[in-house]
Write a protein of this length. Structure first.
Length: 71
């Protein structure tokens, strides 16, 4: 499998946020980290479903694509 550089970048950012989520204990911490990750471009949210995704996820389950600039 040949990875596009942008995909590697998304993978690196996803790995970083996954490591952060491994450190959270409470629901409050998880909500706070999600909010920060969304703001920092480490995650993206489908505005139709309010569902949150990692940068490596190219589209929401509803079919809405990942926003430009996050890949
Ligand atoms: Zn959606």
């Amino acid at each position: 499998m040949t990875a596009h550089p942008a995909e590697l970048d998304a993978e690196a950012r996803t790995a970083a946020v996954v490591r952060l989520f491994a450190e959270v204990v409470t629901a409050h911490e998880r909500n706070a980290l999600t909010r920060l990750a969304l703001r920092a471009g480490l995650m993206w949210r489908c505005h139709r479903c309010r569902a949150d995704y990692y940068p490596t996820t190219a589209a929401c389950t509803c079919g809405a694509p990942r926003p430009d600039g996050l890949a």
